[in-house]
Design a protein around this ligand. Sequence first.
Ligand SMILES: Cc1cc2nc3c(=O)[nH]c(=O)nc-3n(C[C@H](O)[C@H](O)[C@H](O)COP(=O)(O)OP(=O)(O)OC[C@H]3O[C@@H](n4cnc5c(N)ncnc54)[C@H](O)[C@@H]3O)c2cc1C
Length: 288
Amino acid sequence: MDYHSPASFVEASALAANATGITRFLAGGTDVLVQLRSDLVTPDTLIDIKKINGVRDITRNADGSWTLGVAATGAEMSEHPELGRDWPGVVEAMDLIGSTQVQGRATLTGNLCNGSPAADSVPAMVAAGVTVTVTGPDGARELAVEDIPTGPGKTALAKGELISAVNIPARGANGGDAYLRFIPRTEMDIAVVGVGVNLRLDGDKIIEARVSLGAVAPTVLLVEDCAKAIIGTTLDEVALDALATAASAACNPIDDKRGTIEFRTEVAGVLAKRTAKIAYARAKGEHA
Ligand SMILES: Cc1cc2nc3c(=O)[nH]c(=O)nc-3n(C[C@H](O)[C@H](O)[C@H](O)COP(=O)(O)OP(=O)(O)OC[C@H]3O[C@@H](n4cnc5c(N)ncnc54)[C@H](O)[C@@H]3O)c2cc1C
């Protein structure tokens, strides 16, 4: 196995573009090294991106948006004094990943690029409208998070491309987000269903919303019908029921030992309601 630790994303991209066989980028390594040690995936080329300048930075930009380095860990996100105030849903989704040890390594980018349909941070990022900067042989481009996963274990990144930054929009006024997942245990488990909700209010009325579902289809879903069900409402019981119906209708889950199709479909509706209530309370400035 060839191990590289490039000093720039352009260098990392060139290494990946010229590599043959299986290439992996090493961020936290909590997927890559587990897959390696269990003989699931043995990369021919391992490109460690942690030596690149600024990859651990968490920066609030002048317009209120955020730029996160691709090696910023879950622990660093949770410990940041302001990020969680703006985007509690994104931070709590990342915080659900693994144990304290895993939190010290795991990254948003690794969670996204591992391509698991059940990845916890991905629905929260999609609901928040997060984009990623992708550096490749032809330069840089920006993609929405929902456009990255293309199937279990697969992404839209071409050979030689890697994510070089995570861009979270400005929170703006009267907004709130939340993420909830269902797991059979209390922690250290894979989501059977995950729901991210991000919304904005004018007074008591919802004027913008994004609702995303995880673990109920081959890739994360951004469900427009869920957003439509609650926009223009005060999240009353009628709106919540319409939200749950839209969430269940969007599901196309697998049937496995961790949850049947019927169970996942039902739980998506229940969780969508609960998540929306938390996001709504946060948008109103209430502690939730
Ligand atoms: C004990 C344990 C518990 C876990 N619990 C959960 C959980 O509850 N929820 C959950 O969602 N996950 C969980 N995971 C999985 C894992 O921790 C997460 O997916 C984590 O966020 C991966 O991030 P990483 O930085 O460690 O990725 P890495 O292992 O470094 O990389 C993962 C993948 O992303 C690619 N990659 C990394 N960086 C880039 C980049 N910049 N550009 C392009 N591709 C890149 C790599 O090539 C690789 O394919 C758990 C893992 C363990 C070991």
